[in-house]
Design a protein around this ligand. Structure first.
Ligand code: PMP
Length: 407
């Protein structure tokens, strides 16, 4: 492991060098989206200034260059996930689209009346609603693994929910609201024992944890590149070949076909079967730069820095009177949610913004989880590789001032 030079890393993120309300920007909204390093921004502009062309069909030089760059990203993602085959990597618009794709396509073929789908109480709306839609269509039932006060799934309750009717288990790897790391390897194993397939929502995990889809043995793994230093509107669906090959297309159009007549269409092989239409080529090309950025720093080094920030923030925040943490799981990434006595989370967010500190406030697209805790929302600070202890001090000072004002 090497200690990262955070000041040097910060220089790679041009957006950080600015003032908000006359104060240096402190960006603690990384769970919503991370900032982009110069190399990613450059990859976008290089594509548009140098070799913008549609992919796969053209035989001219620019089309070949664009296709090569596009497919080089697919291989980089395969390596990032340690997937067995490059065809198991499908480009999507993000986590939301990946889950909808599986719910629609796999769900259409494999779910019938009376079947059961299991999710957890800490899911993001994007890992709830697509399954509800599927259940409504098919007359299937959604079952929910409860969480304890610390914000961990209650594993015995999960085991009780599993039975021969369980067809899909879809669970978040890391909670965007609580930071909890779920024991997904065990979750997957139990689901497989019951004959169910498993989708993992890796939206928050991909930037913090080492991933190995073969070791996890998950059937589907989805994430968004914009939370991993990459462009918005780009994401990944990993699926096991055997499953993807049997699944019907999700969208129809160009690219996803082999041959079209008015009578009959034959579909392309994976991954193209699931990539209808012209994709966001520039963004996909830039994904490779984002993955290179992570690889060069080393994920374990990034995690070590983030975990130090988490420990420091936990210790500092715990000294603020009236502050209560929401989510105190043993296994956590650098996401902290809290509420404060006598203060609305929106007001806290606004007061911090006035000091240049960007945090998230509200339900974080996890309304059912807020109901579990009996609250409307939290303040969430989430740390990334470019954040510093000094920035945490600025946030803590801000919160201390707020407490003094209301006393
Ligand atoms: N799941 C989790 C855990 C998330 O944090 C998010 C983004 N907040 C999503 C799903 C949805 O991701 P996207 O909006 O990029 O599709």
């Amino acid at each position: 492991r090497v200690k990262l030079n955070i000041e040097e890393i910060r220089k790679e993120f041009p957006i950080l060098d600015q003032e908000v309300h006359g104060k240096p920007l402190v960006y603690f909204d990384n769970a919503a989206t991370t900032q982009k390093p110069r190399s990613v921004i450059q990859a976008l502009t290089q594509y548009y200034t140098g070799y913008n062309a549609n992919i796969h069909r053209g035989i001219h030089t620019l089309a070949e260059k664009a296709t090569t760059a596009f497919e080089a990203t697919r291989e980089a993602v395969r390596d990032f996930l340690n997937a067995a085959e490059v065809e198991e990597v499908i480009f999507t618009h993000g986590t939301t689209e990946g889950i909808n794709l599986v719910a629609s396509s796999y769900g259409k073929e494999n779910i019938k009346e009376g079947d059961e789908i299991i999710i957890s109480a800490m899911e993001h709306h994007s890992n709830i609603v697509p399954w509800q839609i599927l259940c409504q269509e098919k007359g299937a039932h959604l079952k929910v693994i409860p969480v304890n006060e610390a914000g961990e799934i209650i594993f015995e309750e999960y085991e009780k929910l599993l039975n021969e009717k369980t067809k899909i288990v879809s669970i978040v790897h890391v909670s965007n609201t609580l930071g909890t790391i779920n024991p997904i390897k065990e979750v997957i194993q139990k689901a497989h024992d019951a004959g169910a397939v498993v989708l993992i929502d890796g939206a928050q995990a991909s930037s913090h944890l080492e991933l190995d889809v073969q070791d996890l043995d998950c059937d589907f793994y989805v994430f968004s590149m914009h939370k991993l230093y990459g462009p918005t509107g780009s994401g990944i669906l990993y699926g096991k070949r055997a499953l993807l090959e049997k699944m019907p297309p999700y969208k129809g159009g160009g690219e996803m076909i082999k041959e079209v007549t008015f009578e009959k269409t034959t579909y392309n092989d994976i991954p193209y079967k699931f990539e209808a239409g012209t994709p966001n080529i520039a963004d996909v090309v830039a994904i490779k730069s984002a993955l290179d950025f992570v690889q060069e720093l080393g994920k374990e080094n990034i995690a070590e820095h983030e975990n130090k920030l988490l420990a420091y923030a936990n210790q500092k925040l715990s000294q603020i009177p009236g502050l209560k943490f929401i989510g105190t799981a043993k296994e956590k990434v650098s996401v902290i949610s809290f509420v404060m006595e006598g203060l609305h989370h929106f007001d806290i967010g606004q007061m911090l913004d006035a000091r240049g500190v960007a945090v998230r406030t509200g339900h974080h697209c996890t309304q059912p989880l807020m109901q579990v805790y009996g609250i409307e929302g939290t303040v969430r600070a989430s740390f990334s590789v470019y954040n510093t202890k000094q920035e945490i001090d600025i946030m803590v000072e801000g919160l201390e001032k707020v407490v003094k004002i209301i006393k």
